[in-house]
Ligand binder design. Structure first.
Ligand SMILES: [Zn+2]
Length: 144
């Protein structure tokens, strides 16, 4: 593990963001990858205790996404960090970006049922604002 990663992950906001991604991906994986073998995430973030007592239980694909997302989040150069969906820098590689967008789309609304009302609503509102601000042309771009 890189020192820089551990250092960045000591930031409470980075931990909170990563934990939310873990929760969302856990919801997504439980719903979408029901038939796939799943195990508690064993990533650098998990090793640092970022997920507290609720390490997400995910399949190999979702574990790869989360490990990747941890690194992106930890090494985000923006301060303050915007919501990733509202950011003008697309730091995710396309496949990971697609997958994360699926996760958000699936787990965002459902997260409200799982006790993440505030984060879920904030995410919806920020995404909507960002889409509006982006206008028609880049909205088409964002929607792929
Ligand atoms: Zn999965």
């Amino acid at each position: 593990m890189q020192d820089r990663f551990a250092d960045k992950m000591s930031d409470p906001q980075a931990r909170a963001d990563t934990r939310l991604l873990g929760d969302f991906t856990g919801i997504y994986c439980r719903g979408k990858h029901r038939d796939v073998g799943r195990a508690p995430l064993a990533s650098d973030g998990a090793a640092l205790g970022v997920y507290g007592r609720t390490t997400p239980v995910v399949c190999a694909e979702c574990a790869e996404l989360l490990s990747y997302a941890e690194q992106r989040r930890a090494l985000c150069p923006k301060d303050p960090k915007p919501f990733c969906s509202a950011c003008d820098t697309h730091c995710y590689k396309p496949a990971m970006r697609e997958l994360m967008r699926d996760v958000m789309r699936y787990a965002g609304p459902r997260s409200i049922l799982h006790g993440y009302a505030i984060q879920g609503f904030r995410h919806l509102i920020e995404s909507r604002k960002a889409r509006k601000a982006a206008g028609a042309q880049s909205a088409a771009d964002n929607e792929g």
